[in-house]
Design a protein around this ligand. Structure first.
Ligand code: AMP
Length: 279
């Protein structure tokens, strides 16, 4: 497996291999877990060549967020990526992706201020910017993202459509622990007690799915039931509970097939998210 540090190397590789195989890209911030592994597997199943990018992107973190202490496990990440079928790792430095004097950012207007973007100002600007840089450098046929970050998917799809990028965006299902907790690189921050309380997020998601399956489609009811589930936990502070059209992140009053139900909450000092696409 190749390890590239510069965009020039990544682009050269992609252009060399693309004549004989589709190129897949899996953007990550490292600290890889089974959720990332599922993306790499999906990429390897549909693309003959797969690059995994590992880059903790400073521009998507707020000033008081966890950029400095975000887990960095490069050697284990490389081993996992290779075992799941990656052919290349792209691990640039911050200076490589943001050269001195960098002044160009990608702003997906409107969408970037909803859901996570409302509580994390600048977050989606950072995400859109780094994903644009990765897609321009790797020129992949397909790029793989997790439904876990459902609002991020909306922002990236809009950006790819608006910039007329040629990459197909593939969205993979949420991978969960056996007890329901959505896998996240940030779960390691949780104390044992917080880890137990964090299950309220997936409980709220499951309860919403159950209500919808018996015909309760009113967003206000779905939100209130979820609010009660989260509010019952002493360490949880709700950030948002939203019922929205997935593509636009605009709130709806009545859920339809394809509507996104999404929650974000602080469990102690750790912000977690979860969601479901309603059937
Ligand atoms: P991150 O490293 O957190 O930026 O995540 C990289 C990619 O992995 C994103 O597309 C995430 O949505 C995806 N991802 C993270 N956690 C999960 C999960 N539990 N299941 C599926 N995909 C995930």
């Amino acid at each position: 497996m190749d390890i590239f540090r510069t965009t020039a190397e990544l682009r050269r590789w992609s252009r060399a291999v693309r004549s004989s195989a589709a190129v897949g890209l899996v953007p990550t911030m490292g600290a890889l877990h089974a959720g990332h592994a599922s993306l790499i597997r999906a990429a390897a199943a549909s693309c003959g060549q797969v690059a995994v990018s590992i880059f903790v992107n400073p521009t998507q973190f707020g000033p008081n967020e966890d950029y400095g202490r975000y887990p960095r496990t490069f050697d284990a990440d490389c081993a996992l990526a290779e075992a799941e079928g990656a052919s290349a790792i792209f691990a640039p430095t911050v200076e490589e992706l943001y050269p001195a004097g960098a002044a160009t950012f990608v702003e997906v207007e409107g969408l970037s201020n909803r859901l996570d973007g409302a509580s994390r100002p600048g977050h989606f600007r950072g995400v859109a910017t780094v994903v644009a840089k990765l897609l321009i450098a790797a020129e992949p046929d397909r790029a793989f993202f997790g439904q876990k970050d459902a609002a991020q998917v909306s922002v990236i799809r809009r950006m790819v459509a608006d910039l007329r990028l040629a990459t197909e965006i593939v969205v993979c299902p949420i991978v969960r622990e056996a007890d329901g907790l959505a896998l996240s690189s940030r779960n390691i921050y949780l104390s044992p007690a917080e880890r137990t309380q964090a299950l309220a997020l997936s409980r709220a998601v499951r309860q919403t799915e159950a209500l919808v399956s018996v015909g309760e489609l009113r967003a206000s009811t779905l939100i209130e039931v979820a609010r009660q589930i989260l509010a019952a936990e002493s360490e949880i502070r709700i950030d948002y509970i939203e019922v929205v059209t997935w593509a636009t992140l605009e709130p709806v009053e009545v859920a339809e097939p394809g509507t996104l139900f999404a929650v974000a909450a602080w469990v102690g000092a750790t912000r977690l998210i979860d969601n479901t696409i309603l059937g």
